[in-house]
Design a protein around this ligand. Structure first.
Ligand SMILES: [Fe+2]
Length: 198
């Protein structure tokens, strides 16, 4: 018998994919010259609106609807994490499109200045890459043996999640994660976001 202390939670939800969401993402990706330039200059294997568009929810109602559905699940997750908000609230900080082409990877990273981050998957071809979460204590493991291949997820140092279209993943923004190469011929399309304390 043992207790689980200092738990790292991953929220898995579902939101049905709006019919025109994929098309809207691709239209913006095709039109956003500044975003295309930023993606090229930063070696992003595809397109992201991260650095170029900060008003997606006002650009197309499909993003506004999606953000409302995400915000509901963020609120559920925050309750589960038992945040004492002391009268403050979680607010959307950034909301962006990712179109990852064949071969694209996303090196491990965290999302600074945020509290809850996540991704909503719009189009996920088979073999288009899992998202890998890392144990935040990796640097402290020192002489600890590695975990068995079939260890339970809560005991693993790395957890891979293969998302499906319509999946929503939420995690605390300090949790390091990266995305494996897209081995499909067609792009994986997702929408990522950060929430901060307002
Ligand atoms: Fe990320």
């Amino acid at each position: 018998m043992s207790d689980a202390l200092f738990v790292t939670r991953l929220h898995r939800g579902r939101i049905s994919v709006a019919q025109d969401l994929e098309r809207t993402c691709l239209v913006l990706a095709a039109e956003d010259r500044a975003g295309q330039r930023w993606s090229r200059e930063h070696g992003y294997g595809g397109y992201t609106s991260y650095a170029s568009l900060n008003d997606l929810t006002r650009r197309a109602s499909v993003f506004e609807t999606l953000e409302k559905a995400i915000a509901k699940q963020v609120a559920v997750f925050a309750r589960e994490l038992q945040f004492d908000m002391a009268g403050r609230r979680l607010a959307l900080d950034s909301f962006w499109i990712n179109v990852m082409e064949k071969g694209a990877i996303h090196a491990p990273h965290i999302h600074p200045h945020s509290v809850i981050s996540g991704t909503y998957y719009v189009t996920v071809p088979p073999k288009s890459g899992a998202i890998r979460f890392e144990d935040p204590r990796l640097a402290m493991l020192m002489a600890a043996p590695p975990k068995k291949k079939n260890a339970r997820p809560e005991n693993r140092s790395f957890v891979d999640v293969e998302p499906k279209a319509g999946a929503l993943l939420l995690w605390e923004s300090w949790l390091r994660h990266g995305v494996e190469p897209n081995r499909a011929r067609t792009p994986r399309i997702s929408v990522s976001f950060n929430y901060r304390v307002d």
